[in-house]
Design a protein around this ligand. Sequence first.
Ligand code: SF4
Length: 369
Amino acid sequence: MTVPTLGTMAARQLVTDLQSFGLQIGDDESGVVRKGGAGPSDHKTITIAGQTIMVPVFTAGARRSPFQARRPDTDGSTTLVRNGEPVGTIQFPATPRFYDLKTAEGIPYWKIALLHGRDTLATTVHQTCIRYTDRRTACQFCAIGQSLEAGRTIAYKTPAQLAEVAKAAVELDNVRDMVLTTGTPNVVDRGAAVLAESARAIKAAVDLPLQVQCEPPRDHGWFARLREAGADGLGMHLEAATQAVREAIMPGKATVSVDRYMDAFASAVPVFGRGQVNTYILAGLGDTAADILHLAERLIALGVYPFVVPFVPISGTPLEQREAPSSEFMKSILAPLGRMLREANMKSTDIRAGCGRCGACSSLSAYEN
Ligand code: SF4
């Protein structure tokens, strides 16, 4: 059977389609599945046309997807089919070597941090959030408690544990950067203090670019303290563009308005540098393409990289039945956004650490070229 070789345009289109439709994989045998938690959940890591991406596999939509992966060969490569026709070759990356290790207390390293994408290590320092347990305040797309309840992670990762795992992941698996996110532990520093002590410990153990992610702290002095502790980049995630959608989908987090985020971005960019502050925007929660592009224009003008990602409905969350955005909708955002980033000379390849650099959750970077 001939499997087509993908050109750049075809690969970009295929990645956008795959991330919207998801992928049917049958039984998972690789152990590289990300279920529950913050960040990309119900996803699997695949490599296609030289890019490593996260693709939904456990969602209701993925079970109806026109894309199917044939059973992998022994080298991990497999044929991707669409409506029964081969459209390319994909690989399932091998399980990282650091996953085999445990701390002295017997905690597997993979419960402390996971490999995301090709070479990004990611952890949720506090696997709990003041907003999560009350459905009146929880973000409806969030699954931060699910992996904890299922015993796939631990509630709090100490600075020493994070440093130990980060060092091993660099030495054994050539990890290039690390994302430290957190559930929001309080409404004052909103996690900045715990991120600073974590970053300090990791940097003392290993030379690894770090992105820290939290809600805007009340005291913007935290940005300098995080930078001084070793954070190379910052993520403050708006998630949705308009206040109406934010209030409907994430009533607790929406109490921190878009304007307050904008003030925080204006304080943070001079500390971290232009393009080194990112925000995650989930397309498909109700904002129009024009809403997202209008916000992106304001963010880019401030020096913030708007990382627009297709929303993936996660099993067990209130939004599990919502449709993922179509690939046409994603393209109507990513193509003009890619042009805007190119014209502003703000590229994912210049980001030192974090989601914008990793880029596995969105095909945005392919539209920057
Ligand atoms: S883009 Fe961010 S959330 Fe997605 S895989 Fe990469 S580091 Fe993880």
